[in-house]
Design a binder for this molecule. Structure first.
Ligand code: DX5
Ligand code: ZN
Length: 221
């Protein structure tokens, strides 16, 4: 059964704390923290996400799945390392330098945190191939990063299938995560393609019954 990582991006600030509580009781597996710097993507939510991640770390035992959509990975990840998240994921497109990439991977691992690398819809698998043996997770963006509520791009499923095959062929125990446009209609094809972790934002947080939405994504209905 896939794990569900709920994106908190579209939760209104006013009732954030009670929403976090309700998501926890709905049995999500991770809180997905979408961090945006206004450079790698147009939106900037650095302060709000830091605040939200800190709040969640105080009120919940559920792991933080931090998705850094930022250029200055080294500086921003330090804020999150202190919160002891389960996963920190950064973008291949933000770095594009082998030495810097390896230093970031090692720094995250030194802190006993799982390290993930994300790729945008237009980025081919070859761009991350050399780093795969050092990773715990690969995040395939199923929408263009930047905002929630977009439709899943079907072509990205081919990339998930190819990565799954690559991991199997090479005996690699690496998690595959998909992010963007995942709802009760699209989840099945993402799972079939081989994903272990489904990120879902607006579908869960916009539904009347969080627990039911999570069950539907997991396929428990
Ligand atoms: C997109 C973010 C996603 C997204 C998920 O930039 O990384 O996590 O907000 O939201 P939905 O599920 O609404 O596409
Ligand atoms: Zn995300």
């Amino acid at each position: 059964m896939p794990k569900i990582s709920v994106s908190i991006l579209s939760i209104p600030k006013e009732n954030a704390v009670s929403t976090f509580y309700n998501l926890e009781t709905a049995k999500v597996d991770y809180f997905h923290i979408d961090v945006m710097d206004g450079k790698f993507v147009a939106n900037n939510n650095l302060e709000l996400m830091k605040e939200n991640a800190l709040t969640i770390s105080h009120i919940s035992n559920i792991g933080l799945d931090v998705h850094l959509m930022v250029e200055n990975v080294e500086e921003i990840m330090d804020d999150y390392i202190d919160l002891e998240p389960q996963i920190i994921t950064f973008h291949q497109e933000a770095i594009r330098d082998k030495e810097r990439t390896m230093e970031i991977i090692q720094e995250i691992k030194r802190n006993q945190i799982q390290v993930g690398m994300a790729i945008n819809p237009e980025t081919p698998i070859e761009a991350i191939e050399e780093f795969i043996p050092y990773l715990h997770l690969v995040l395939v963006m199923t929408v263009v990063p930047g905002k929630s509520g977009q439709a899943l791009i079907p072509e990205t499923l081919e990339k998930i299938k190819a990565l799954k095959k690559y991991f199997m062929d090479n005996n690699l125990e690496i998690n595959l995560e998909a992010d963007g446009g995942i709802n009760d209609k699209t989840a099945e094809s993402v799972k079939k393609a081989g994903c272990d972790i489904l990120v879902s934002g607006s579908y869960i947080t916009g539904s009347e019954n969080f627990a039911e939405a999570v069950k539907k994504l997991k396929g428990e209905f």
